[in-house]
Design a protein around this ligand. Structure first.
Ligand SMILES: *[C@@H]1O[C@H](CO)[C@@H](O)[C@H](O)[C@H]1NC(C)=O
Length: 248
């Protein structure tokens, strides 16, 4: 292969991966923007920049969603330096760099109580993850898939912080792309762990949650090992993994 050809192929591959995948780029609360780990940039900065979302390796999906990489994506689940200040009832806008419409699937949002500082919390054992917001496949909406809806909203998603007691939590925001999920382990999970500090006078504790890893079963034919087209054509009902949305 000639050098120019090789360059062209590499460039095409790059363009393809950029157009196909995405990552959570920033978080906005009460008009203030907080940066996530910037893929392709922050790895090269010294000292490590203060970010509010745990570092991730790249903009692709988690290769093994049964491993501890599913908790906070591939990147070591290293505590971020920053914590986003929020109050119960605040709206948190989660902004992706971009999201491709071919990657249809649910958008899921979880909370875990760091039980103190998130600097000492990984959330990769036990069942700390409480799903509090989700859009899976809803035929009353246009478009019906959560991720397509997110794309339509300019690659962003907004959640409202429930009336939970003050303290530090991880807001785990995730897209699941189902375009190749019909192949075992083909489901593409894109999680992001935002560190938040909840103020205010909320009183509620989180209910029991699910384990991540643990809750995503490669053989789950309702939510993980699914043919996207069969759902789109009404041949199969879809139920997102991770259990139902919990009322907090
Ligand atoms: C999907 O669920 C609805 C409501 O429960 C039911 O009427 C329908 O038969 C189901 N469709 C399939 C393909 O299982």
């Amino acid at each position: 292969m000639h050098v120019l050809e090789a360059l062209g192929v590499a460039l095409l591959g790059f363009i393809h991966s950029v157009s196909a995948h995405g990552y959570l780029k920033s978080v906005e609360v009460n008009g203030v923007s907080y940066l996530a780990w910037q893929v392709g940039q922050d790895d090269y900065l010294t000292p490590e920049p203060a970010r509010y979302v745990r570092r991730i390796h790249d903009n692709g999906p988690v290769p093994d969603f049964t491993s501890k990489d599913i908790t906070c994506n591939v990147g070591g689940n290293i505590p971020a330096k920053g914590v986003v200040p929020v109050n119960a009832g605040d709206k948190v806008k989660l902004k992706w760099d971009q999201w491709g419409s071919s990657h249809s699937g649910p958008v899921m949002n979880y909370l875990a109580d760091c039980a103190g500082s998130c600097a000492n919390f990984k959330g990769d054992t036990g069942t700390p993850w409480v799903k509090f917001d989700q859009m899976a496949y809803d035929t009353t909406k246009t478009p019906p898939w959560g991720s397509d809806f997110l794309a339509k909203q300019g690659a962003s998603w907004t959640v409202t912080i429930p009336n939970i007691k003050p303290g530090e939590y991880i807001l785990r925001h995730e897209i699941l792309g189902l375009h190749v999920a019909g192949t075992r382990m083909g489901a593409q999970f894109y999680p992001a762990c935002v560190q938040i500090k909840v103020g205010g006078s909320g009183t509620k504790s989180l209910p029991a949650g699910v384990g991540l890893p643990g809750a995503y079963n490669p053989d789950d034919k309702d939510g993980v090992l699914v043919q996207l087209w069969q759902v789109n054509q009404g041949q199969t009902n879809y139920t997102a993994p991770g259990g139902p949305v919990r009322t907090i």
